[in-house]
Design a protein around this ligand. Structure first.
Ligand code: HPA
Length: 244
């Protein structure tokens, strides 16, 4: 079973065959899933922000989502994000495969090991799976897309965008792209030992990187212009699972 977590702009997977919707309940809450397959590969899809983009980054139930994917049998997960470019050389519309994260969020439930007596420190040397990232890379190359590999993603709390001073600081500490939902999602998946890889669409220049202001509409517009390609990258990458 392959899991897909769709971010901004990805509220459905059109190529999912024999798709059925279901609600998965666990001790953390409930998650809406869509299960189907592509050829012989079983796929389960979850829209992180809900189908109508009604759940803002800080209140997403990341634990319920990851546990629901785990319970449905997903051990390999692809996730998508809209991100702002901190690096001024990047262009909106380009893709990024994530390699590391810096977590600037606060107050989110970031572990499954929060019960008294349960002390577990999960290794985060390689948060994103090389094998799955390799599948994303193959798919991007097959489709002739421009992309950046091994990107450092900084996760901010949102829902507001950043100030130019914050973005300058994030640039100095090594971030390439910025988003609001990558953390704690990937760390939670790693706590369950799931392989996780992330495809980001660069939707805008982060605050202060260009002279234009950052708008959510711009983020959604650029993302929807790339949506068909995102969907195809995910399809090819899911099919590629059978070879690894
Ligand atoms: N900042 C934070 N999150 C984002 C951005 C941004 O500029 N663009 C898309 N998601």
């Amino acid at each position: 079973m392959v899991g897909i977590i769709g971010g901004s702009g990805v509220y459905d997977i059109p190529w999912l065959e024999d798709a059925v919707e279901l609600i998965s309940e666990n001790e953390y809450g409930e998650a809406k899933l869509k299960k189907g397959h592509v050829g012989t590969i079983e796929v389960v899809f979850l829209a992180r922000h809900g189908k109508t983009h009604s759940i803002q980054p800080a209140v997403i139930n990341y634990r319920a989502n990851i546990k629901a994917l785990y319970d449905s049998g997903a051990r390999n997960v692809f996730s998508t994000y809209a991100v702002g470019a901190i690096n001024p050389k990047y262009r909106p519309g380009d893709f990024a495969i994530l390699g590391q994260f810096i977590d600037f969020t606060w107050g989110r439930n970031g572990t499954f090991h929060d019960r008294p007596g349960s002390v577990v420190h999960t290794d985060m040397s390689e948060p994103y799976s090389r094998k799955l990232s390799g599948l994303l890379k193959n798919s991007l190359q097959e489709l002739g897309q421009h992309f950046y590999e091994d990107q450092v993603y900084i996760c901010t709390q949102g829902p507001r965008f950043e100030t130019p001073a914050e973005i300058k600081a994030y640039s100095i500490i090594g971030a390439d792209v910025v988003g609001m939902t990558g953390c704690p999602e990937v760390a939670l998946a790693r706590e369950f030992g799931m392989n996780f890889a992330s495809l980001a669409v660069i939707t805008n220049f982060a605050a202060g990187v260009s002279s234009t202001l950052v708008s959510h509409q711009e983020v959604l517009d650029i993302f929807s212009a790339r949506m068909e390609t995102v969907s195809e990258i995910l399809r090819l990458s899911c099919i590629g699972i059978s070879a690894i």
